[in-house]
Design a protein around this ligand. Structure first.
Ligand SMILES: [Zn+2]
Length: 78
């Protein structure tokens, strides 16, 4: 089962080594974008609408575990 993207109250944690900060994310994303070109030919993406956005797999950068990343509550800073 795919893991959810963290929101404002949650974060990812590797339950094997305790890593909270570094992950490799395999993500499938399909989107519709509005590209705005300048006269020189460079462009910026000014609008993006996600049509598909799936996190397929999250791997811990520290220990390499790909089955141990879990969603946990963020610790409140006081
Ligand atoms: Zn780990």
């Amino acid at each position: 089962m795919a893991i959810s993207v963290p929101d404002s109250t949650t974060r990812w944690r590797c339950s094997r080594c305790g890593n909270l900060t570094r992950f490799d994310v395999l993500r499938t994303k399909r989107s519709k974008q509005y590209w705005h070109f300048d006269l020189g030919g460079s462009w910026t993406v000014e609008e993006e609408t996600a049509l598909v956005d799936d996190i397929e797999n999250v791997t811990c950068r520290w220990c390499g575990a790909d089955d141990s990343v879990e969603l946990v509550a963020r610790v409140e800073d006081v």
